[in-house]
Design a protein. Structure first.
Length: 218
């Protein structure tokens, strides 16, 4: 009787675990607020789970708040997510950032060194695609992300797509129209050529559609 009772309890416990694992968590989205309007992002955790997780962790930490879209290239991408864009030094923008947690790359006890392993997938780089910037090494993604202004299929399987814009492409287009040194002077050669003359700052919030008050029926 004792053995049967123990087995019953174990079986019941396992059934609860299986049930909980099958219950899907509500989908989460992100809103990027800028002075030009907002951009709503949908994530692709099925193909890039680490990238999605890292972005959410950083957003919840407030890591992106006050950063700028520091690289605006018409017809190509708008890029942001670098904490260096908060410090007023335009020339170090694009050199900073880290992953939201330790994924086996970098020094475990030094968060500033944490990087993301590449999760290249079959999602194409189309207009509105959300993808992760990186350095020369494949496993060097951090916090810097970009949104494609137009189709950029040459980036496929070279950068990790982890989401897409579902609202606010008009905002993306307005950001693209922002004045940069290179727009003012096509011969401008300094490293901040694509950095807006006046910062295009953002705040990023993550949550469910209900929490963010999103109307997904539109």
């Amino acid at each position: 009787m004792i053995k049967i009772s123990v087995l019953t309890k174990v079986s019941f416990f396992l059934m609860i675990l299986i049930f909980l694992s099958c219950v899907q968590k509500p989908k989460e989205y992100a809103i990027i607020e800028t002075e030009e309007g907002r951009i709503v992002l949908k994530f692709f955790p099925g193909v890039a789970p680490k990238h999605v997780e890292s972005f959410k962790i950083l957003a919840r930490e407030g890591y992106f708040n006050g950063t700028s879209f520091h690289r605006i290239v018409p017809g190509f991408v708008i890029q942001g997510g670098d904490p260096n864009s908060k410090d007023g030094d335009r020339y170090n923008d694009g050199l900073g950032g880290r992953a939201g947690k330790y994924y086996g790359i970098g020094e475990k006890d030094n968060p500033d060194t944490w990087m993301l392993p590449a999760e290249f997938n079959d999602r194409p780089h189309r207009r509105g695609t959300l993808s992760m910037a990186r350095g020369p090494k494949e496993n060097s993604g951090g916090s810097q992300f970009f949104i494609c202004v137009g189709d950029q299929l040459q980036l496929d399987n070279k950068y990790t797509v982890f989401g897409e814009v579902i609202e606010g492409l008009d905002t993306v287009d307005r950001i693209v129209d922002t004045l940069t040194p290179r727009k003012r002077n096509p011969n401008y050669q300094r490293p901040d050529g694509y950095n807006p003359v006046f910062g295009m700052f953002m705040d990023v919030t993550v949550g469910t559609a209900e929490e963010l008050k999103l109307d997904l029926s539109i």
